[in-house]
Design a protein around this ligand. Structure first.
Ligand SMILES: Cc1cc2nc3c(=O)[nH]c(=O)nc-3n(C[C@H](O)[C@H](O)[C@H](O)COP(=O)(O)OP(=O)(O)OC[C@H]3O[C@@H](n4cnc5c(N)ncnc54)[C@H](O)[C@@H]3O)c2cc1C
Length: 397
């Protein structure tokens, strides 16, 4: 069969390889000058290609079970075997994140490109698909050079995130033109803009924290792990994971002593004040928090930094412990699609069969990757979805 894959990113490359391995005549359309442009920027250029803990719970979308067939057929273990067969040597970190041994995203892209070439995939770079029409027999694809006919079409255009590396959202338009619905789109795995009153002074500092995101007094997301303080607000893997739910008007609460109860923090503070009465409040937390975080916590509690510890009463110790256990800041928004790693929302999954990724509306049309209403947590889960769904769509069952 003549198959066109629209989008030469992570999911499209795997779909092209899969269809090619099944003996189909594959054309891979990529609007940018090179395939895999976004792949090259992943993991800060190291490409966190999967996570051995990939499971359906790490994914979000209207239908949480939609990812199950793709992940069961081609999960992290199968992905690692696949890349091993392509000659990629990988390293699995303690956290479960997997990187190429070369520490270069280019290695991941190269082995995919080499396999496409070996299978005779016709890769057309610098060619944007502008339109797609269902014909009686298959599909008519329109590019600036004219129209071509195919038996099957796979939409692998990615989402709207990471505009500088190719997130343009054109796949949504192609799917819409064929009658598919697109859910509301928002940036996810993105830095959060907050009130910077206290945070600005912490620019560049990293801390381990438990995070609670609240809207109208209700908890809308929780997370734990590394938080980075920046001039505009908060960043870091743990912040990315809750960012899909962050909207103006919500509030983030950081527990900066996640392994200690409030009483333990108070006991610690009491010990310090008894043992070192001459020290000032600025240093009361120096023993377990980064010094700037500790001093900011004291300021946040409304306690003067130069107050001698001997002058701190139990009420002030309670306020400082409260600042450590619940350092709250108002959310102003996110840095948006340009900075986001992934799009929340996408093509309505109820319009695709989860076991084949074929459209329920248009026979012979498939979709895979970020264009669908699926997004994963930070840590290799989004590329895993791209590989799993690309593999399934490329089977063209
Ligand atoms: C900076 C950054 C870092 C990231 N790091 C990680 C990470 O370490 N680990 C992880 O798991 N995930 C990471 N992600 C997310 C991950 O890269 C994406 O989820 C994944 O690439 C999605 O794959 P895809 O194939 O759906 O889309 P893409 O990889 O975006 O590929 C889509 C391709 O389609 C092309 N295209 C679009 N429309 C058309 C058209 N009409 N005609 C022709 N071509 C078209 C685009 O140019 C693009 O090349 C990161 C994302 C960003 C932006």
């Amino acid at each position: 069969m003549k198959v066109c894959i629209i989008g030469g990113g992570a999911s499209g490359l795997v779909a092209a390889i899969t269809a090619g391995e099944r003996g189909h005549e594959v054309s891979l359309f990529e609007r940018q000058a090179r395939v895999g442009r976004k792949l090259m920027s992943t993991g800060n250029g190291r490409c966190n290609l999967t996570n051995v803990h990939a499971s359906p719970e790490r994914y979000h979308g209207a239908d949480g079970s939609f990812v199950v067939p793709a992940l069961s057929r081609f999960g992290a273990a199968e992905t690692l075997r696949f890349f091993d067969s392509l000659g990629l040597i990988t390293v699995t970190e303690e956290s479960g994140r997997v990187y190429p041994f070369s520490d270069q995203a280019g290695s991941v892209l190269d082995v995919l490109r080499f396999r496409c070439d070996a299978l005779g995939v016709n890769t057309l770079t610098g060619v944007e698909v502008r339109g797609i029409r269902k014909t009686k027999e298959g599909f008519e694809i329109a590019t600036a050079d004219g129209k071509r006919l195919f038996d099957r079409a796979v939409i692998a255009c990615g989402g709207a995130a990471g505009a500088k590396v190719g997130g343009v959202g054109l796949g949504y338009e192609l799917l819409r033109s064929l009658g598919h619905g697109i859910t509301a789109l928002s940036p996810a795995l993105v830095q959060i803009k907050t009130d910077t009153n206290y945070i600005k002074s912490l620019k560049g500092v990293r801390a381990q924290a438990r995070i609670e995101l609240k809207k109208d007094g209700k908890t809308v997301a929780t997370g734990a792990g590394e938080v980075q303080f920046t001039e505009y607000g908060l960043s870091g893997p743990a912040i990315f994971d809750i960012s899909g739910c962050a909207a103006p008007g919500s509030e983030i609460s950081l527990d900066l002593a996640p392994d200690m109860g409030e009483r333990e923090v108070i006991a610690y503070l009491s010990r310090r004040t008894a043992e070192l009465p001459g020290l000032t409040a600025e240093s009361v937390l120096a023993g377990f928090l980064q010094s700037r975080v500790g001093a900011t916590g004291v300021r946040y509690a409304g306690v003067g930094l130069n107050t001698p510890l001997s002058a701190l009463g139990s009420g002030e110790l309670l306020l400082i412990a409260g600042a450590v256990k619940s350092f709250r800041t108002a959310v102003l928004g996110t840095l948006g699609f340009d900075s986001a790693q992934v799009t929340r929302g996408g093509a309505r999954t109820e319009e695709f069969r989860p076991d084949t990724l074929e459209s329920r509306l248009v026979k012979g049309l498939y979709a895979c990757g970020e264009v669908l209403d699926v997004d994963g947590d930070c840590g290799g889960f989004n590329l895993q979805w791209a590989w799993s769904s690309g593999r399934l769509a490329g089977e063209l069952r």
